[in-house]
Design a protein around this ligand. Sequence first.
Ligand code: SF4
Length: 386
Amino acid sequence: MSFSFEVRENRKPAKKINLMGMPTEKVENFFAELGEKRFRATQILQWIHQKGVLDIESMTNFSKPLRRKLISMAEVRPPDIINCEESTDGTRKWLIQLNGGSCVEAVFIPERGRGTLCVSSQIGCALDCSFCATGKQGFNRDLSASEIIGQVWLASKSLGKFDQKPSQGITNVVMMGMGEPLMNFDNVVDALNIMLDDHGYGLSKRRVTLSTAGVIPAIDKLGDVSDVSLAISLHAPNDELRNELVPLNRKYSLGGLVSSAKRYLNKMPDNRRKITIEYTLIDNINDRSHHAHELADLLKELPCKINLIPFNPFYGTQYKRVTNFAMYRFRDILQQHGYTVTIRTTRGDDIAAACGQLAGQVNDKTRRQERYKQKFSDEQPVRIIL
Ligand code: SF4
């Protein structure tokens, strides 16, 4: 099922301060500079993120002169939804247009007792993992904090949260959409703070997960300012293979990455926390028995759980989905080593919303799309929207 929305032509960058992406501390400073009391910050967060109000004039617990002052210098502005698709399994995918015209995708996955929203942090991605549709899109720019939290706001609105009648609400957020979140550190942390804030979305730190390909210095920095759950996109048990699948590994190799994950956990006040290891299984590439044993050995001193993800093919890729036999064999070996292992169910496959399939519409600054299209010009057309 697909719904289209009116496209705002030539969406222009905002000239006013956008309060949508400001966490409490920044809004407090903003009001302090206006000579206003700091508690105004919690009021404005509640208006925006709990009541869904964008019109400053409607924020009736502010005096009229304050509203006029705010309107003259600030606004509350989410990005625009331009298309919504709903899968037969209930998964929803929104195509969201940003300043400058590029689009990202956000995906909501309803399950019994929980609803997970997958959020993007960049337009495209610079890291070019070889199995990832986003990686083939090239890179354009980082999302602002307003554009990141704006995805949560738009999904909340679409799901009926602000009308107090959600069909199913957002209980979990995963920063696993387009982009590497730790390459857009400050904006991502601002958005995470709003997700966790009781005056924002009030989500538990255990239910907000940031997924990284392994930017080691940024993992260390994140541990100093946040305690959200951390997932590492590992995908290979040794450096030689990981250098091919995740080129970032040539800079930050596996040994250092596992150590940084341990340091992250050591900074958490609660010593029961675990890292989630994401491992995309690709047929005949990283799914053999010896890979499973090697992975078990690599992670033996890291408190972690392992999430196996069957590779989702996209047009133009040379990789194939893992066979069920190889997937269950891989899982069984890890379980025999004592690990908790889950297999991610493929959701939203019919609307290309499954893991690794998010593509959006990227005005590519890296010319990667061009190179990729050339490489596969004799094969099937690549699913890239230009
Ligand atoms: S897997 Fe993640 S880090 Fe790698 S290219 Fe895709 S979006 Fe970027």
